[in-house]
Design a protein around this ligand. Structure first.
Ligand code: GDP
Ligand code: MG
Length: 446
């Protein structure tokens, strides 16, 4: 889905004149991409209609001098962006675990949807962010369920609770939560069974566990491969066991992800994460705007910021070693560096389509560039490299750019590209209330 939307969006960017024909062609491409990923036909038709109406008025009036043309292009892009966001945005804020108190999360969903895997990923996610986290295995239906929890929790270095002998999941859930509460855990995740001889029994069990542990947030785990059937499945669960958030798993392997995500939006429940692989760290925060900007190739600022924070809290020695390897081009697997690269606007297509070696080569050059910057430059928001016009718009580059290019053995164009990406991000970071700083973070990785 991403690749196709991205292509539609960039051919729009390249068009010199944005008339009705270009708009129609763009919408056609976007429509096709959405339908292919199993987004509901009605939703797609309404999106198409809304964008058209929004843009039509603007296209009708005015001559076509250059600045107007640029404005129109922005208008079309913004209309498409907004409507895509609308498509996946239920407009509801999820519960956010709070530090210094006990937050109980309960995972529900059909067997095989990825509950147990996701529980461990969640525990790791919160643990990394300073929450004392643990897992309670309340699945007594499937043989080996506790073993699975034990193994993955041990691997993830997360505390866990379960039983080989107790057969009542309600008892286990209550015992585990009571124990961890006493030990002042901050995030307690209760994993449940997803299958019973009868569906009504499964729902009854979920309600009983819910009553016993009183979760702050019940999370429905859905498999992306069901596409738009996600709506029916979540409605079925909602009728019996109310949940406040959704995680869509297996987004890595399924073309139907777009369908699942948009279907879920219709149930007015926020998606909080996406499962994007089988490993512990394959969990992406989900929020509508960053998700769509990433799909359209505009980069995922929020994700990047979070990833930088993760890196900063990781073992500094390991970080250094990792960065050294990357500089020598020794990393074969997509490590943190290529993950970061995939979030930087402008880079993703080139990086992800090429080999990881090419990617790390490019990252290497970016690190060389930041190496050649002074600390003033690194601490800045990038504006010191620009000549500004009176109204604060960049009109050219300063001598600093040439110096950095020479000093790093790269080209003015490469430095310019890096700065361009950086300034976009610095602006976003400012809007998000954060501090600028991935230039420094990248420096620290040496
Ligand atoms: P449960 O029955 O709901 O507890 O599901 P499990 O957590 O046992 O997962 C079922 C299967 O799905 C396992 O083989 C997992 O490795 C796999 N799985 C879970 N989440 C993801 C994901 O995000 N991506 C991929 N590719 N596989 C996943
Ligand atoms: Mg399970």
């Amino acid at each position: 889905l991403g690749r196709k939307l991205n292509a539609a969006f960039s051919s729009l960017s390249r068009a010199t004149v944005v008339d009705e024909k270009v708009l129609d062609a763009t919408l056609k491409e976007i429509t096709a991409a959405l339908l292919e990923s199993d987004v509901n036909v009605k939703l797609v038709a309404s999106l198409r209609q809304k964008v058209k109406v929004k843009v039509k008025a603007a296209l009708d009036g005015g001559s076509s001098d250059k600045s107007k043309e640029a404005n129109r292009k922005n208008l079309v892009q913004k209309a498409v962006f907004d409507e895509l966001v609308h498509l996946v945005d239920p407009g509801v804020e999820p519960y956010k675990p709070k530090k210094g108190q006990c937050n109980i999360l309960m995972a529900v969903g059909l067997q095989g949807n990825g509950k147990t895997t996701t529980c461990t990923k969640l525990a790791v996610y919160y643990q990394k962010r300073g929450f004392k986290s643990c897992i309670v295995c309340a699945d007594t239906f499937r043989a080996g369920a506790f073993d699975q929890t034990r193994q993955s929790a041990t691997k993830a270095k997360v505390a866990y609770f379960g039983s080989y002998t107790e057969t009542d999941p309600v008892v286990i859930a209550a015992q585990g939560v009571a124990k961890f509460k006493k030990e002042r855990f901050e995030v307690i995740i209760v994993d449940t069974s997803g299958r019973h001889k009868q569906e009504s029994e499964l729902f009854r069990e979920m309600v009983q566990i819910g009553e016993a542990v009183k979760p702050h947030m019940t999370i429905l785990i859905l498999d992306a491969s069901i596409g738009q059937a996600a709506e029916a499945q979540s409605r079925a669960f909602k009728d019996s066991a109310d949940f406040g958030a959704i995680i869509v798993t297996k987004m890595d392997g399924h073309a139907k992800g777009g369908g699942a995500i948009s279907a879920v939006a219709a149930t007015k429940t926020p998606i909080i994460f996406l499962g994007v692989g089988e490993h512990l760290h394959d969990l992406d925060r989900f929020s509508p705007q960053p998700f769509i900007s990433k799909l359209l190739g505009l980069g995922d600022m929020q994700g990047l910021m979070e990833h930088m924070q993760d890196l900063a809290t990781q073992n500094p020695d390991k970080q250094k070693e990792m960065a050294k390897k990357t500089r020598r081009g020794e990393t074969k697997h997509p490590g943190p560096i290529s993950k970061i690269a995939s979030m930087i606007p402008g880079l993703p297509q080139e990086l992800l389509s090429g080999s990881d070696e090419e990617g790390s080569l490019r990252m290497k050059r970016m690190i060389y560039i930041t190496d050649s910057m002074t600390s003033t430059e690194l601490d800045s928001d990038g504006a010191v490299f620009m000549d500004m016009s009176k109204d604060g718009k960049p009109v050219g580059l300063t001598w600093r750019v040439t110096r950095v290019a020479k000093g790093s053995g790269t080209s003015v164009r490469e430095v310019e590209e890096l700065l361009c990406q950086y300034r976009m991000m610095a602006n976003m970071a400012k809007q998000a209330g954060g501090k600028n700083g991935w230039l420094q973070a990248m420096q620290k990785m040496q």
